[in-house]
Design a protein around this ligand. Structure first.
Ligand code: GDG
Length: 728
């Protein structure tokens, strides 16, 4: 079991999912609970139940009007109810979670609801409510594990409320290719929401890669190993393939009751090959294509009509979502069509059971089936495939498995098939029916080894361990010490302020052109300039800075200090000759590489060149970066420039130029001035390094820094600057 045990850094584990594993049932004889048997409930039961975990989620409609009896029942089960009203179930759950995110993650774009603005609002609101409830319970030392696409915003919302919490997020559905994910109008909000976690888990390495690539493309984050850095905070992105309790399935399969039920089932269809499929009646599960492939096979091999018996267990699901009602109709029509064509007066080929069955009956189906058809169009993992393998204790049976199910990455011995290719699907079914006994046994033995190797307990344990090992994020709320330092600066005369621009005075924007100063900022700087000497020191060009701040009585320093302009309307002067002699020949090298790199672009400044690759596919970007670095190292003028890696950018600039060069010059005229400097990235460290001992250096965000103080973001920077102008 994956219980927390005694040797752990974690105090309690707070589990979070849309539904609780229990549903409250009001009844005439008093309140009762019904336990869920779904995959998630089973999976998490291995870390829940030893009194050291709490589970947050919706307990069903009765949870919105809790009686004292229900409250007691929930507490007994170590669960915390989160209320979701009927209108919210419609908008947050059916509308946004299942109407937008579910089809998007499964690549079914025609099913994605287009106008979901109101549903998005409800989604945000319910996610906030979850975060609020968890924050109320969270204590230092507790770890939080949030589950699935319905709650993607919870990690970041919780991080705002409990900055020092260890937070994990696991996505049970596929994370789609970035080209698909980009379609979502709320794509950055969803990515930012998930990135609030310390560990983000997926079923396969491919989904993890898709997520990391989307973060790189849409947010400019860079992946190093399996870690994304979000504002300096590490976020581990990794595959944790979910398993099943294979022992339990094997034991149940061997039980007398299941063996008897399976034998009864087989006795009813003597001499026939039994094909079985078990799915929620969901449009991702590929029922129509499965039926069409069967129809094609029977058309090609009519003699099989008397030899096959196909049971499709279709468990009712999400019946209030329109797309599901249409889907059910399509499936019913296809079943009638196949039976109409190939059935006989006494027998049908396809038997559709539109209901759920109890665990014994489910195991009996697994034990009786000669061939299991698991052919979803897309599936995060698919537990049915694993459960079938675990139930074949005599190594018989054949698994036909879609290559678009996460399970295909682990279950190598299954017959893999592309469900979009009807001929291939029909041939795979035929091959499964005709497979010789020794090949069946060999394949099934391999499948069973695989499902016994990666149990659900191991899955839960490895995720929780990874969460335990993640460092506790440092708190970066403005501290009392910073308040005191600011108080001293308020009274100091003269005062000099060195300020970075992007990420410090304005939020980082995906397009640098749109990050223009707003009115509030201009007002703050104008006020500050009345009582202090203000210098903006930025990597931007002279033109941008002139455009933004030309009319303010402040000093401007462009291209990391290569250019300076001390007062409005005074001329810009360069510290070194521009353009440097190496610029033109290197431009050609850069241009050659940019031409061969989709999504990349070249930024040229008067004394620098920058290769931007945030929209480039990461592997291609790495290859091209390698080429560029080699060319730069081999260049005859390589001793005259520095190569500086930044956030999805590689910049080459004149050696000897960095933000620190500005400091001595400014302070020469004001040798005993009090000093404050604020910046948010690596280039600002050179500025901090050049400051006198007495200076107040403030780093924005979490990255490594020599600065003594920190603030979380732009808002706090502005508040700090405004506080310096308050009269005491
Ligand atoms: C999501 C992802 C991922 C089904 N019918 C009955 C029944 N079941 C049980 C099965 C299995 C579970 O429900 C279904 O799990 P799947 O993995 O097949 O599919 P989703 O429900 O779509 O689950 C999926 C999973 O999350 C876990 O991360 O694998 O990709 O979509 O355990 O046995 N159980 C009973 N009666 C039924 O009629 N008792």
């Amino acid at each position: 079991m994956a219980r927390l045990g005694t040797n752990t850094k974690v105090n309690r584990l707070l589990l979070v999912s849309n539904r609780l594993p229990i549903t409250l049932i009001p009844g005439a004889d008093g309140p009762a609970i019904e336990r869920s048997t779904g995959g998630l409930a089973t999976a998490l039961s291995s870390v829940h139940g030893d009194g050291r975990s709490l589970w947050f989620g919706w307990p069903g409609p009765a949870g919105n009007d809790l009686t004292p009896e229900f409250t007691a029942l929930l507490a007994e089960q170590h669960t915390v109810p989160v209320e979701i009203s009927a209108a919210e179930v419609k908008a947050y759950y059916e509308g946004f979670s299942n109407g937008v995110l579910w089809p998007l993650c499964h690549y079914l774009l025609d099913k994605v609801r287009l106008d979901a603005h109101e549903d998005w609002e409800a989604y945000r609101l319910v996610n906030e409510r979850f975060a609020e409830r968890i924050a109320r319970e969270w204590k230092p030392g507790d770890a939080v594990w949030v589950h699935d696409y319905q709650l993607a915003l919870v990690p970041a919302l919780l991080r705002q409320r409990c900055p020092e919490a260890r937070i994990g997020f696991f996505l049970h559905v596929p994370f789609p290719a970035p080209e698909i994910f980009r379609i979502l109008p709320w794509r950055t909000e969803v990515l930012r929401g998930i990135l609030g976690a310390d560990v983000v888990g997926f079923h396969t390495a491919q989904y993890a890669f898709h997520f990391a690539y989307a973060c790189s493309q849409l947010l400019g984050l860079e992946l190093a190993g399996d870690v994304l850095r979000d504002d300096g905070r590490p976020v581990r992105v990794a595959a944790f393939p979910i398993g099943i309790d294979a022992e339990a399935f094997a034991t149940r399969a061997a039980s007398e009751e299941v063996q008897r039920r399976a034998a009864e089932l087989r006795a009813g269809i003597p001499e026939r090959t039994l094909l079985v499929a078990v799915d929620r009646l969901d449009y991702t599960k590929g029922l129509p294509r499965r039926l069409l492939a069967l129809e094609r096979l029977l058309t090609q091999r009519p003699e099989l009509r008397d030899k096959l018996h196909f049971i499709q267990l279709a468990v009712p699901t999400r019946e209030n979502v329109d797309a599901y009602a249409d889907y059910r109709r399509t499936v019913n029509e296809l079943v009638s069509r196949v039976n109409g064509r190939f059935g006989t007066p006494t027998r049908n080929v396809v038997h559709l059971l539109h209901r759920s069955v109890d665990p014994v009956e489910l195991s009996a189906l697994y034990v009786a089936a000669d061939v299991m058809l698991v052919t979803p169009l897309r599936d995060g993992m698919n537990l049915v495939a694993k459960e079938y393998a675990a139930s074949r204790i005599d190594d018989s049976g054949v698994l036909v498995l879609s290559e678009f199910a996460g399970a295909a990455t682990e279950l190598h011995e299954a017959l893999h098939v592309n469900p979009y290719d009807l001929d291939a699907l029909a041939s795979a079914i035929l091959r499964a029916i005709e497979m010789p006994g020794d090949e069946r046994a060999l394949r099934m033995a391999g499948l069973r080894r695989s499902v016994h190797g990666g149990s659900v307990h191991r899955w839960a344990r490895s995720f929780v361990t990874s969460l335990e090992e993640s460092p506790i994020p440092p708190a970066i709320a403005p501290t009392r010490a910073l308040e005191e330092a600011a108080q001293a600066l308020r009274d100091a005369e003269p005062l000099v302020a060195f300020l970075d621009y992007d990420g410090t005075l304005v939020d980082f924007s995906t397009s640098p052109r749109t990050a223009t100063p707003d009115r509030e900022l201009l007002r703050v700087l104008e006020r500050l300039a009345k009582r202090a000497t203000v210098h903006v020191v930025s990597g931007r060009s002279r033109e941008s800075l002139e455009d933004f701040f030309g009319s303010l009585p402040i000093g401007l320093h462009a291209e990391h200090g290569l250019w300076s302009r001390k007062t409005p309307h005074s001329p810009w002067t360069a510290r070194l000759p521009v353009p440097p002699t190496w610029l033109a020949p290197l431009r050609e090298v850069f241009e050659g590489i940019v031409r061969r790199t989709d999504g990349a672009f070249l930024e040229e400044k008067s004394g620098a060149l920058a290769f931007h690759y945030r929209s480039t596919e990461p592997q291609l970007a790495q290859r091209r970066l390698g080429e560029l670095r080699l060319a730069l190292a081999a260049h005859p003028a390589s001793s005259e420039f520095d190569v500086l890696p930044g956030a999805r950018v590689l910049e080459v600039r004149q050696r000897g130029i960095h933000k620190g060069v500005v400091v001595p010059e400014v302070l020469a005229a004001l040798p005993s001035a009090a000093v404050i400097a604020i910046g948010d990235d690596l280039t600002d460290e050179a500025l901090f390094g050049a400051l006198p001992e007495r200076a107040v250096a403030v780093r924005v965000g979490r990255g490594q820094s020599i600065a003594r103080f920190r603030v979380p973001g732009v808002r706090e920077v502005r508040a700090l600057l405004a506080s310096l102008t308050e009269t005491t």
